[in-house]
Design a protein around this ligand. Structure first.
Ligand code: P6P
Length: 340
């Protein structure tokens, strides 16, 4: 089938607008703003090797991580693209200590959505040409429309997300997102600058045999995680599983989504809450995982049920094929029971 016969992302967004009975088109415009920003970031990521934007901008973000020049650029591109369309009243980003109130014009305050994002996840891989990604999460504001956006508009449980997705800047560039009616993937044709529906209604394969975890931290893992890794490695039934870890959440998640697998970033002795951030990494990926028939927990409870306490809080993260996450949770529970 020629690519022209695939639906474009633009057509899909408009067609799916019917899913929201009282839709005003605002969410469609929001998703279109993300689409435009993703093409602009894609252009910068693809030429990073030649422009002098590699390396660190010399500053660090709230996480104490060195900010890469592309991190800052991607952050600005998404913030500008969202602000100029008056489709959001607030933005929270991994790269900004505080949330951003969008006051582009009076209308902006009337916007009913807030966006939380990791503008360029996996950025430590930029200089070595490994896939990186953007992760976004969209909520309806809970404070009065027209009033300035508040922290509580961002500190919502993941189960209240209106939409979530990621862009993966890899061997091809894709947008994968959900609005609560399944997960769909769109691949960019760079010659046309158009995203085409290439992966309709994505579901995790029922069985997965890939586990993704940084085993360099093994000695610092909780006993339950050590037990699960041993479970994956033993010669039994459909095991040993395959170990694949790219060090880029979006890339690892995307591969596991298509092939079946589990991604784990657990608590460790020196990071009791793990490394990943609840609001703009774990919640959007958990929403996608559940919409694709998978599962996401902190090892014990559902990620989407966690009540956020602060913007950049971290949580342990187990996400992927439902049966694999359940098995990992079994190991976590048994390790606790054995200790008692
Ligand atoms: P480590 C990237 O910084 C990130 O947030 C995820 O994309 C990735 O999976 C993880 O951290 C890698 O962390 O500690 O294994 O290098």
């Amino acid at each position: 089938m020629s690519e022209q016969s695939f639906r474009t992302l633009g057509e899909f967004i408009i067609d799916k607008q019917e899913d929201f009975k009282y839709s005003t088109g605002e969410l469609s415009r929001l998703l279109s703003a993300i689409r435009l920003a993703s093409k602009m970031v894609n252009r910068e990521v693809n030429k990073a090797g030649i422009s002098n934007i590699l390396g660190q901008v010399g500053s660090t973000n709230i996480q104490g991580e060195d900010q890469q020049k592309l991190d800052v650029l991607a952050n600005n591109i998404f913030i500008n693209s969202l602000s100029q369309r008056e489709v959001v009243c607030g933005i929270a980003s991994e790269e900004n200590d505080e949330f951003i109130e969008i006051k582009a014009s009076e209308n902006a305050h009337m916007s009913k959505y807030v966006v939380l994002m990791d503008p360029l996840d996996g950025s430590s891989n930029i200089d070595v040409n490994v896939s990186v990604g953007t992760i976004f999460s969209i909520y309806r504001r809970v404070t009065k429309p027209g009033s300035p956006v508040q922290l509580e508009d961002f500190l919502q449980k993941g189960q209240h997300q209106i939409a979530a997705g990621y862009i993966i800047y890899g061997s091809s560039t894709m947008i994968v997102y959900t609005t609560g009616n399944g997960v769909n993937g769109f691949t960019l044709d760079p010659s046309l600058g158009t995203f085409y529906l290439s992966h309709p209604d994505i579901k995790f394969p029922t069985k997965g045999n890939i586990y993704s975890i940084n085993e360099g931290n093994y000695s610092k893992f909780p006993q339950g995680v050590k037990d699960y890794i041993k479970y994956c490695q033993e010669e039994k039934e459909d095991r040993p599983y395959t170990s694949r870890y790219i060090g880029s959440l979006v890339a690892d998640f995307h591969r596991n989504l298509l092939k079946g697998g589990i991604y784990i970033y657990p608590s460790t002795a020196n990071s009791p809450n793990g490394k990943l951030r609840l609001l703009y990494e774990c919640n959007p990926m958990a929403f996608l995982a559940e919409q694709a028939g998978g599962k996401a927990s902190d090892g014990f409870k559902r990620i989407l049920d966690i009540s956020p306490k602060e913007l950049h809080q971290r949580v342990p993260f187990f996400c992927g094929s439902a049966s694999m996450v359940t098995q990992a949770e079994e190991c976590m529970k048994n390790a606790i029971d054995t200790k008692l």
